[in-house]
Design a protein around this ligand. Structure first.
Ligand code: NAD
Ligand code: WQD
Length: 342
């Protein structure tokens, strides 16, 4: 297949682009590099040993999208977007413009070009308020912040579009908590500034960039009192996109599918696993709960097995070992070896 990957330089997009190349697909990637480095693209080509075309392009550039989509793609995998929950609370309009208007542009360009196969990065954030896990795809959707709202609205846009005319095949993949890195240690997560998410913060602490991890809440009604999440290896996630593309002809309309392992681990369990993987002591202290955090959430991943033939294969120790290999060999991320640090 000839596949267009938006957000190809980002964390999940880079891993998916690599899996697609390795499976023999022709990949064209674009990104505006607002949260990533073009060096990721060079590393994808290096690991795959194959060419991949890349353009610096913004989802808000309708003319650019129209020109690119005119190239007759079989499918689009859409990762591009802003993803920081706290930032979205401060800058809601930026999130609505970038994520929602940007996705509307992409869908319009696809429609105009007659490309009707899409795999979209949704999120477990669409489940908003959660009670008991596991959570399946029929769990009521709600959003607790502007970022979550953008995912809800983009999902709705896809459902509406798929209902408006036959032929659309749209897979909305709801990721739980992506962690880990490619086993080569050449591509991985490269957050700008202080990481918002737990795993990069733990790994930056292990490598000595941060003093200690702050564990947000030790008094949840969970086995050890800390939050429980469904951490899923980014390479497993990437392979799920491949599976979705390979089965996309079986789909009709827009369908949402959870991507998780189906198992929850606590914040303290992740710190312990990271400590084992790195052989480093990872200091931590308890801090107040972070507003808006659920106590525990993990996926019911049955539908992914049924619809995509996919289930997560890589366990927590492997997630930590691979993330650590990336962190240790790229302590300052992609730009670490350049004079012009971000
Ligand atoms: P990321 O920030 O590493 O990658 C997103 C990429 O999109 C970045 O390279 C960024 O430069 C690019 N981008 C942003 N706005 C753009 C625009 N207007 N035009 C072109 N490129 C643009 O994030 P990620 O973790 O790889 O996430 C990928 C997708 O998965 C996002 O849509 C995110 O919301 C979703 N998601 C991520 C997580 C997670 O925890 N990482 C969980 C669930 C869903
Ligand atoms: C995990 C656990 C924290 C940082 C987020 C988004 C969600 C989705 C995935 C995009 C929680 C605790 C964290 C720290 C901590 N992204 N924690 N100390 O909040 O489950 O999900 O990423 O769609 O929408 O909200 O992930 O990694 O931030 O937190 O104790 O320094 O780690 O309280 O229990 P979260 P996270």
């Amino acid at each position: 297949m000839k596949v267009l990957v938006t957000g190809a330089a980002g964390y999940i997009g880079s891993h998916a682009a690599l899996e697609l190349l390795e499976a023999g697909h022709e990949v064209v990637g674009f990104d505006n590099l607002s949260n990533s480095s073009e060096r990721a693209i060079a590393r994808i080509r290096e690991v795959a040993g194959r060419a991949m075309r890349f353009e610096r392009l913004d989802l808000l550039d309708m003319d650019g999208l129209t020109r690119l989509l005119a190239e007759d793609f079989d499918a689009v995998v859409h990762f591009a977007g802003l993803k920081a929950v706290a930032e979205s609370v401060e800058k809601p309009l930026e999130y609505w413009r970038n994520n929602v208007s940007g996705s509307a542009n992409l869908l319009a360009a696809m429609k105009a070009a007659g490309c009707r196969r899409l795999v979209f990065s949704s999120s477990c954030t669409v489940y908003g308020e959660v009670g008991k896990s596991p959570i399946d795809e029929n769990h009521p959707r709600s959003a607790a912040n502007p970022y979550g709202n953008t995912k809800l609205v983009i999902e709705d846009m896809c459902f509406d579009l798929a209902r408006s005319e036959p032929g659309w095949k749209i897979v909305l993949l709801r990721y739980f908590n992506p962690v880990g890195a490619h086993e080569s240690g050449r591509i991985g997560e490269d957050p700008r500034g202080v990481p918002n998410n737990l795993m990069p913060f733990i790994m930056q602490t292990a490598v000595g960039i941060r003093d200690k991890v702050r564990v947000f809440g030790g008094d949840y009604a969970t086995p050890d009192g800390t939050g429980v999440r469904d951490f899923v290896h980014v390479v497993d996630l990437a392979r799920a996109h491949l599976a979705a593309l390979e089965r996309i002809e079986d789909f009709s309309g827009a369908v949402a599918v959870n991507l998780g392992t189906g198992r929850g681990f606590s914040v303290l369990e992740l710190i312990e696993a990271a400590s084992r993987a790195s052989g480093r002591r990872i200091p931590f202290e308890f801090a107040p709960r972070r507003p808006g955090d659920a106590a525990a959430i993990w996926a019911d991943a049955t539908l992914a097995r049924e619809k995509l033939g996919w289930s997560a294969a890589l366990d927590l120790d492997r997630m930590c070992a691979d993330h650590w290999r990336w962190q240790r060999s790229n302590p300052a991320g992609y730009e670490g070896d350049s004079a012009a640090k971000r």
